[in-house]
Design a protein around this ligand. Structure first.
Ligand SMILES: [Zn+2]
Length: 358
């Protein structure tokens, strides 16, 4: 461990707990760590890292982080706390008036905004009525951070769920920028729904056709998702075809990848058009170029999946069967691929869609 951690766990812990963790850097994660250590019944031994003997280990750990950052597979640690081992609040005998004030102010946690609650409710309602699945707000937040959804897309979904995207109504209230609230192509008030599902210039029509083609190759029924289904992309569990009630885990995984990559590409294309080609009136991506970009996004995920089966990822590595199963039935010239293409260097890509002659 680092010197900071040693000091935190030995010298400073008592003081910080007395002060209720006020003004402590990284308090959320440190508290979770201390809590976790207290749940252990055996003695836990640790040592401070040595710049000489641990050099190689540190180097390879840093390398693994860099690779994961490039692949977008870094997962945020969830600072979970076991309430049985939690010391909460500040110790009264050590509480100064200034500290007490700070603590009270910190307790005034801002309530969740009504707009966010409405969006979460609409996702919940959709899953309850259309899919007969009960989900909580917490389930929705957790599903957005699902490991099969790329971090960039997780951030995007998080912003949509907070109604925090810079489009539509966001501009309507800013003097001088009101016209940005409207789609420059259709003239309608822009919303995420308009961009992802309605706009005739965002490439969404082509992308949903391509997603449908790939999805039906998997033998699953398709209907273009609504906005609630899009936000809840990580929640959907697909059943195996036939009378079995079991989940088709590989189809559920493909769904998360297929949908999340598709919706994010639509948003990216919209930004390229509105921001990158703002001066060129009437400019849109051609169907061919939308199709090429979509295939590129899917092929990047296939390559990432293949890379993530490597043993160097240790416990976070993907299982080869899981990767092969996810893409089974959807690949170009699949009958000519080796049965375990994750171990070979052969080029693997998504089957070409309706807008791509080959
Ligand atoms: Zn439009």
């Amino acid at each position: 461990m680092s010197n900071f951690l040693r000091e935190a766990l030995t010298d400073k812990l008592g003081l910080w707990e007395d002060r209720g963790w006020r003004d402590v850097p990284n308090a959320v994660h440190l508290r979770a760590l201390v809590n976790r250590l207290r749940t252990r019944c055996a003695i836990t031994t640790m040592r401070v890292r040595s710049p000489t003997t641990d050099k190689e280990t540190l180097k390879s750990a840093k390398r693994a982080i860099r690779i994961a950052a490039n692949l977008g597979t870094i997962r945020r640690a969830d600072p979970q706390i076991d309430a049985r081992f939690l010391l909460s609040g500040a110790r009264l005998s050590t509480l100064s008036q200034a500290l007490a004030h700070k603590s009270i102010n910190a307790m005034n946690i801002k309530p969740q905004r009504q707009r966010t609650i409405n969006i979460l409710d609409s996702v919940q309602h959709h899953f309850a009525t259309a899919l007969k699945t009960a989900v909580t707000h917490k389930d929705i937040w957790r599903s957005i951070r699902h490991r099969d959804i790329r971090l960039q897309i997780t951030d995007f979904l998080w912003k949509i769920t907070h109604g925090a995207m810079r489009c539509g109504e966001y501009w309507a209230n800013i003097p001088g920028y009101e016209e940005r609230a409207y789609c420059s192509w259709c003239g309608e008030l822009e919303s995420m729904e308009h961009i992802l599902l309605e706009c005739t210039a965002s490439g969404q029509e082509v992308i949903w056709v391509l997603a449908e083609e790939t999805w039906t190759l998997k033998g699953q029924p398709w209907s273009t998702p609504c906005i609630a289904e899009i936000i809840g992309v990580g929640l959907r569990a697909w059943k195996k075809a036939g009378p079995s009630k079991d989940e088709d885990k590989e189809a559920s995984r493909l769904w998360k990848i297929l949908l999340s990559e598709s919706l994010y590409l639509i948003w990216k294309l919209r930004c390229e058009r509105v921001i990158g080609h703002a001066d060129e009136e009437g400019w849109t991506h051609s169907d061919r170029s939308v199709s090429r970009k979509w295939a590129h996004a899917m092929n990047a995920r296939i390559s990432q999946d293949r890379a993530m089966t490597h043993a160097r990822f240790g416990r976070t590595a993907l299982k080869r069967d899981q990767v092969l199963g996810t893409w089974k039935g959807t690949l170009k010239d699949e009958q000519h691929l080796p049965s375990d293409w994750t171990r070979s260097r052969v080029l693997v890509g998504i089957a070409p869609g309706a807008f791509d002659p080959g």
